[in-house]
Design a protein around this ligand. Sequence first.
Ligand code: NCN
Ligand code: DMD
Length: 338
Amino acid sequence: MSTTGLPFDDIRDLVRTMPAPDVAAAHAARHREQELTKPAGSLGRLEEISEWLAAWQGGVPHVDRPLVAVFAGNHGVMRQGVSAFPPEVTAQMVANFGAGGAAINQICATFDLSLKVYDLALEIPTEDFTEAAAMDERTCAATMAFGMEVLMDKPDLLCIGEMGIGNTAVAAALYAGLFGGTGADWAGAGTGLAGEALARKAAVIDAGLAFHRSHLGDPLEVLRRLGGREIAAMAGAILGARHQKVPVIIDGFVASAAAAVLYRLDPRALDHCLFGHVSAERGHMKALEAMGKVPLLALGMRLGEGTGAALAASIVKAAARCHRDMATFAEAAVSNRD
Ligand SMILES: O=C(O)c1ccc[n+]([C@@H]2O[C@H](COP(=O)([O-])O)[C@@H](O)[C@H]2O)c1
Ligand SMILES: Cc1cc2nc[nH]c2cc1C
């Protein structure tokens, strides 16, 4: 803990003390991949995934307790009309997750992934970022700390997703604040805006950027001023996972904005993260490129809820299973190449 008492100091300490990958475990995984009954390299990216799991779990790769964590928040900037849907849909969808009726429920059931939904004071939206900071420092840091609590379930793979009407405007504002550019550079359709309404969304983002312009040098200030509770919680969960040796799969445009905050604090902060898919939301590929990340899937999805991350988890599970359970050439008495 810090001694100065500023809530963000604790977060900065956690970024400073992030563990490095386990190079020996990664090396052992690479070695085993070469012994398994397949031509060298023939499992392509699955082999890289096994090595990545080993490096960040610090041992033989395993996916036995995968967890999809979905964080939900509401946004003051919805007052400016930035979504095709009304804000009450956030709580309604949280109820739908609880009842098992959403897409993410079906994907988790298909691949045997646990699902937990965290509702972050939905009845209290953040402040409207066009005229105030979305959150104060204490709220932002406390919400990041709350996000870290997902690790208490001891997952061995963590998928990060979200639900929050209005949050594609928030994510676009974050990208502009972190990487530069204007509202028009980063705003997309979200749940379905086009034409005039999309131009208005871009203008609202520009208003937020102008209001906070002298404070955008610090990524945590960008987060608290332009972000939201579910974004702060996702950033905390990603950072907490690093400290607990839990590899992370990030979902789409919105979840990646939480990751981008950490990336701007330290580009190594996402080395334990895999980006599950590239969303159809305009700007997502540009954001991934800005962070040097290549998404696993490209399915034209733009739902959120952790759905892209959960689909990618099925591939990560398969990679770990192949790594662990395939026979070696020696065990199966298969002749290796000369
Ligand atoms: O993350 C994405 O790629 C993504 C792209 C488009 C929409 N969404 C979801 O749609 C909601 C935000 O859309 P909007 O139009 O209300 O800003 C929110 O609940 C997100 O989970 C998510
Ligand atoms: C129905 C609906 C479901 C969602 N899931 C994630 N974001 C969403 C937005 C809407 C509008």
